[in-house]
Design a protein around this ligand. Structure first.
Ligand SMILES: [Zn+2]
Length: 98
């Protein structure tokens, strides 16, 4: 069972005990504001058929899941109380950020 796996603080690796309320569960959802394929004016100025072929070729071998991962990430982690207090003040950086 997943709930019986040990849980560790993402920042300081302290072992956390579910059910005691001594840690926080953090869920982050991030996605790119635009799609992963950016076509510039330069691209359009060249040999378009060739460019399209290159773009399609570069996408071959990328699974649908990998393509999704490139634009959309869901993170799920645990922080002990003290790490949480430090992290929530500066979730995007600062000292010892994730
Ligand atoms: Zn911690």
């Amino acid at each position: 069972m997943e709930s019986e796996l040990p849980v560790f603080c993402e920042r300081c690796s302290t072992e956390l005990t579910p059910g005691r309320g001594d840690f926080y569960v953090v869920k982050v959802e991030a996605y790119a504001e635009a799609g992963p394929v950016v076509i510039t004016e330069e691209d359009l100025a060249g040999d378009q058929e060739k460019k399209m072929g290159e773009i399609l070729e570069s996408m071959e071998g990328i699974s649908a899941q990998e393509a999704m991962d490139a634009v959309h990430r869901r993170l799920h982690f645990h922080l002990c109380r003290s790490c949480y207090r430090a992290w929530i003040e500066k979730p995007a950086g600062g000292d010892g950020g994730l």
